[in-house]
Design a protein around this ligand. Sequence first.
Ligand code: AMP
Length: 301
Amino acid sequence: MSLVVTGSIGIDSIETPEHSVDRVLGGSCAYFAAAASVLTPLRMVAAIGDDWPNEHETLLRRFDIDLTGLEKRAGAKTFVWSGKYLDNMNIRETTYVEVNILGEAPPPVPDSFADSAFVFLANTDPGSQLTFANSFPNKRLVVADTMDLWINTDRDRLNELLNVIDGLVLNDSESTLMTNEKNPITAAKLIRTQYNLRFVLVKKGEHGAILVHEDGIAALPAFPAEMVVDPTGAGDSFAGGFMGHLANADNDDFSTMQHAMAIGTVMASFTIESFSLDTLANLTPKMFKQRFDHYAQMVRV
Ligand code: AMP
């Protein structure tokens, strides 16, 4: 079934204790799309300005993504984001952000995408997410991601969004920010009931992910990774693997979601091995299957 995503395309600069990179391709939508496209045909709706580097377009075009909905807006500037990781790579600070085009009107949805059934709203402003959520008459499952910036600055619109979606994906710190509740399972349960969601999926970085679903609770550890170059985009590629599997299986029941969490977990483990989309761009189905089988063995009870 057709999967469509919107979100940010960013120009990222990242500093880790060992390396730093300047103005590489990033953004929630870019990471999600790169990951999901390994599993299923994918449609992207996003906007960039006329400052978008040609090499970023070349890298994005290496993935099997329908880019009919990629709008290059004349006179606009692309979203810019910089982040810095502290010593253990678990804590990240945003050091600079220019919202730019994300603060303008959302990009239009092409007519050819209107029949999409699985819809993912990767991180961007909740107003654009809301417009997008309402653009698909055949939608079957609408899932959103959000983050601290929007929880702090646009909570009313975010609440409106939460009332129209089926599922929410967020970090444990964001679940605490939304509810004042430290325990991520309690926080997820509160959010699920308050907004009548089918599920809330909480990402806990190297500690894995928890699914709080109307039919039960599932938890999985992260893939035990030794090579962590840059964790940026891990959450978005986890979501890309998760939604890519649901769309490919054409199923959104609890046990398919449990399997989808494992696919997302393994996808994220590739993303963190390089900056930007470099590892995902070279990922073959065989490499993915090998690591997935290894992970499935490790988590078997
Ligand atoms: P993640 O590491 O999964 O949280 O995603 C990081 C990506 O999200 C980076 O490539 C950024 O360009 C992008 N990003 C950071 N802040 C925001 C924001 N407020 N809205 C949308 N995208 C963002």
